[in-house]
Design a binder for this molecule. Structure first.
Ligand code: NAP
Length: 234
């Protein structure tokens, strides 16, 4: 049985990924930061284990990964966003966005890789965003962190391919989760009108692509970015 570590697995896209990977037969380690009850409830439902750590804290990441034992699949999903003018976002908040979204992705990858390299197998899937591909006004720090994830994915894929490890990226568009709960009904309608397929994404849409990239059906795919955005960014 494969073991998957899903960061930010307690809710939203991460939760859908945990459920999908469990359905595919994986044992899932559900990482969370604050949502203990949700993570533990999910762990019960999918027969996984909830583990608390902050992806931005390398010491906690290293300890959690070493306690976990063999990890076959790492899904770097944990992320935060903030909407405001670039010059209005406090430095501390801007640093937090970068240290969770980008550095957190790098921390978890750094922690799982030595064992994957020695076993000559493993798979890492990073969750970026369409804003990392095309940039979003008023989400400059977020866009930069997500663009960084794409660059990280491509470079790491080249470095670890000779060790039999694949690294890919899923780049979601507008997916209905708590991250987007700040938008009014009117704003949501305006956003929806810009989506060629005319509907918002669901966490399960992202989970489907993650499951594909985690499967043997994608064994010849590495260093790629799969966009799951209803055609919003092409
Ligand atoms: P969400 O509903 O806000 O959930 C965020 C998840 O990240 C939660 O499980 C949260 O854990 C976890 N998290 C946050 N900071 C963490 C930290 N320091 N350490 C560990 N876990 C942490 O977000 P979502 O919409 O599902 O987004 C998931 C990913 O998809 C993010 O990377 C996001 O940028 C990306 N994405 C989302 C959309 C979208 O439209 N929703 C679009 C493109 C990309 P706790 O609840 O335990 O604190």
């Amino acid at each position: 049985m494969k073991t998957a570590l899903v960061t930010g697995g307690s809710r939203g896209i991460g939760e859908a990924v945990c459920r999908r990977l469990a359905n595919e037969g994986c044992f899932v380690l559900i990482n969370y930061l604050n949502s203990k009850e949700k993570a533990e409830q999910l762990a019960k439902e999918i027969h996984g284990t909830a583990i608390q750590f902050d992806v931005s804290d390398m010491d906690s990441v290293s300890k959690a990964v070493s306690d976990a034992g063999k990890i076959d699949l790492l899904i770097n999903n944990a992320g935060i966003s903030e909407i405001d003018l670039f010059t209005h976002i406090p430095q501390e908040k801007a640093n937090r966005i970068m240290s969770i979204n980008l550095i957190g992705t790098m921390n978890c990858s750094r922690a799982v890789l030595p064992s994957m390299i020695s076993r000559k197998s493993g798979c890492i899937i990073n969750i970026s965003s369409m804003w990392g591909q095309c940039g979003a006004s008023c989400e400059v720090d977020y866009s930069a962190s997500k663009a960084g994830i794409i660059g990280f994915t491509k470079a790491l894929a080249k470095e670890v391919a000779p060790s039999g490890i694949r690294v890919n990226c899923v780049s979601p568009g507008f997916i209905m989760t708590e991250m987007n709960s700040r938008f009014s009904q009117e704003e949501l309608e305006e956003i929806r009108s810009e989506i060629p397929l005319g509907i918002f994404g669901r966490p399960e849409h992202v989970a489907d692509s993650v499951a594909f990239l985690a499967s043997e059906q994608s064994e010849y795919i590495t260093g790629q970015v799969i966009a799951v955005n209803g055609g919003m960014v092409i």
